[in-house]
Design a protein around this ligand. Structure first.
Ligand SMILES: Cc1ncc(COP(=O)(O)O)c(C=O)c1O
Length: 381
């Protein structure tokens, strides 16, 4: 058999040029973005930087769930969607199962909404400062992002938001309540008013309720859906439920809307073990309510300890709050806490929050360590 020389297999294009051409194929809206990186400390003693629950599932619960783990056939596909969890959530919320979409964390549902609602140039109005993923998704899908500002006390400027809705008639807008990163809320009457405006402008109103369990007396946006079927609520098991590591979130909306969203869903996206653990949490709703109430109280107490020291801090509504020290950047403060073994998160990336760090509530001993670190940092300044 004739042997061809290696040269005859080689492409006339150099690897460098081939890679440059491959990179040119990546959509500009993706190339202009940055990967999502939490940053900060690798293994902090005290981790207060991601608004997580400091409470893991009890060991007995994990042991009980271990039987389910052993009984799960890893070689078989689970059902396309986590139907057991969908049914349980629907029953809990008093909605039809068709209204519920479960995702691999609520982040994934943010992408689903982006994929279904945004074409290049589609207007989307977002109030600031808000959980950064929403803006990122708008940019990734090539939407036209219109942002409105905040009030002096870091709440959303609802007057500006309403005006922007009327001017731009966006595909959708999002309000987060309680809001991350500010910890401020949007009252239920204001949510209803925004829903009315969105009905007029033909926009979907997404209410990100990731921290809803911390404000149990505020009605959920899900209660508006009968009269306002263009309202969608996004929720998560990552915060009060304490399952950030397992990735379970859900969206509640009118069945006609969710039926469209379902067309873009990947099958098998939620791990069956994560589904089982989420079901366990729903079966132990009282435990979650107690934890959420306890964390809310501790967060208020911690905020009180900080404000009581004369430190500028933003009053919390969930399990975290913002603080800053004069003459310090957020990044400098994050590093100073890191030097004390405490992970907090700089907010310098938000122009209206420069200098702030965000602190999540920890256990009693973690909160004590945080306060000691704060005192040390202040004494060194
Ligand atoms: C307002 C808000 N929405 C959504 C999420 C994402 O949650 P999940 O872990 O379910 O993706 C977060 C997480 O920090 C958040 O703060």
């Amino acid at each position: 058999m004739p042997v061809r020389s290696l040269r005859s297999f080689m492409s006339p294009v150099s690897p460098t040029d081939a890679l440059a051409r491959a990179l040119d194929r990546i959509r500009p809206s993706v190339r202009n973005e940055h990967p999502y990186i939490v940053g900060g400390m690798a293994a902090p003693d005290v981790k207060l930087n991601q608004n997580e629950s400091p409470f893991d599932l009890p060991a007995e619960a994990k042991a009980a769930l271990f039987d389910a783990f052993l009984a799960t056939p890893f070689n078989r596909y689970a059902s396309e969607q986590p139907h057991r969890l969908v049914r349980a959530l629907a029953a809990r919320l008093g909605v039809a199962p068709e209204s519920v979409v479960v995702g691999n964390g609520s982040n994934e549902l943010t992408y689903t909404l982006g994929m279904c609602l945004i074409e290049p140039g589609t207007p989307v109005v977002l109030p600031r400062p808000m959980f950064a993923l929403w803006g990122k998704v708008v940019n990734l899908f090539g939407g036209r992002l219109v942002e409105t500002g905040c009030t002096e006390d870091y709440g959303f400027d609802l007057v500006a938001l309403e005006a922007a809705l009327r001017t731009h008639r966006p595909a959708f807008t999002v309000v987060t309540t309680p809001n991350n990163p500010t910890g401020r809320t949007v009252g239920f009457d204001d949510v209803r008013r925004l829903a009315d405006v969105c009905a007029e402008t033909g926009s979907i109103l997404v209410v990100d309720e990731a921290y809803a369990e911390f404000v149990p007396d505020t009605p959920s946006a899900t209660t508006l859906m009968e009269t306002h079927p263009h309202v969608v609520s996004v929720r998560t098991f990552s915060k009060a439920m304490g399952l950030a590591g397992l990735r379970v979130g859900y969206l509640v909306g009118h069945p006609a809307l969710t039926a469209e969203l379902m067309k873009s869903r990947l099958p098998f996206g939620v791990d069956p073990m994560a589904e089982t653990v989420a079901l366990w949490c729903l079966d132990h709703a009282e435990r979650i309510e107690t934890i959420a109430a306890d964390l809310s109280e501790r967060t208020q107490a911690l905020y009180g300890d900080v404000a009581g020291r004369g430190v500028e801090a933003v009053p919390p509504a969930a399990n975290f709050f913002l603080l800053r020290l004069p003459g310090r950047t957020g990044r400098g403060l994050q590093d100073a806490f890191a030097a004390e073994g405490v992970a907090v998160r700089t907010m310098d990336g938000y122009p209206e929050l420069t200098g702030f760090v965000r602190v999540s509530c920890g256990t009693t001993s973690e909160n004590r360590r945080f306060l000691e670190a704060l005192d040390t940092i202040r004494s060194l300044a």
